[in-house]
Design a protein. Structure first.
Length: 209
């Protein structure tokens, strides 16, 4: 395995992310570590931690508690570092965040509510606050007959890499609820990084042929 760094994170961006007020639950970082070990082994985790240290932003994945809150900006920095250290693109980040659904203790706690779409929507704001202590997730316009739901995320600025992650996470949770007979898609139709006033995620599904 090469130690070559594929893509740098601009120091200015790291500083910006570290000034964000709010916290992210440690489970994010524990799953990042688990996924890197699964895909790249111990040497890959060492490569990731070396990359972070060279960016003056070390994350000691081994010492993180899954239930504690850590600076929210580190959530984005961890994902950006994973992309940069391994030369990964958005698809691998989507795979990581889809994997996180099955690996997350938080999701397992709420799994009993995923037997129906209305129950999932009822619990969505609570699930959000178990991952972050800032931002507000709410249910926007939806029509179960027409098979679409809008989820609105307000007062939450992080980084576009996390938007990629969250899109995949929501899509995977929806697949668990809606079932394997349907093709599910999640698209971010509004985003703060595109100068919108909030994030909007459109979930839609259709019967498989």
């Amino acid at each position: 395995m090469t130690d070559e760094i594929k893509e740098q994170i601009p120091p200015k961006r790291i500083k910006e992310l570290l000034t964000i007020r709010g916290g992210a639950r440690g489970i994010h970082f524990k799953i990042d570590k688990e996924y890197v070990l699964k895909k790249k082994g111990k040497q890959g985790l060492q490569q990731l931690e070396k990359y972070l240290a060279e960016h003056s932003c070390p994350i000691d994945y081994a010492s993180i508690s899954g239930l504690n809150f850590y600076p929210a900006g580190l959530r984005a920095i961890s994902l950006l570092a994973i992309k940069g250290a391994f030369g990964w693109g958005d698809e691998e980040i989507k795979n990581l965040c889809s994997y996180a659904v099955g690996a997350s203790l938080i999701v397992k706690i709420y799994m009993k509510f995923f037997y129906s779409i209305p129950k999932m929507l009822e619990k969505a704001p609570d699930i959000w606050h178990d991952y972050f202590n800032y931002g507000k997730l709410s249910v926007g316009e939806y029509d179960l007959d027409q098979k679409y739901i809008n989820l609105k995320l307000e007062d939450f600025a992080l980084d576009s890499v996390y938007c990629v992650c969250l899109t995949s996470f929501l899509e995977t949770v929806a697949k668990l609820t809606i079932g394997s007979d349907y093709q599910v898609e999640c698209l971010e139709t509004k985003c703060l990084s595109r100068n919108d006033n909030y994030h909007n995620f459109l979930l839609s599904w259709k019967k498989k042929k």
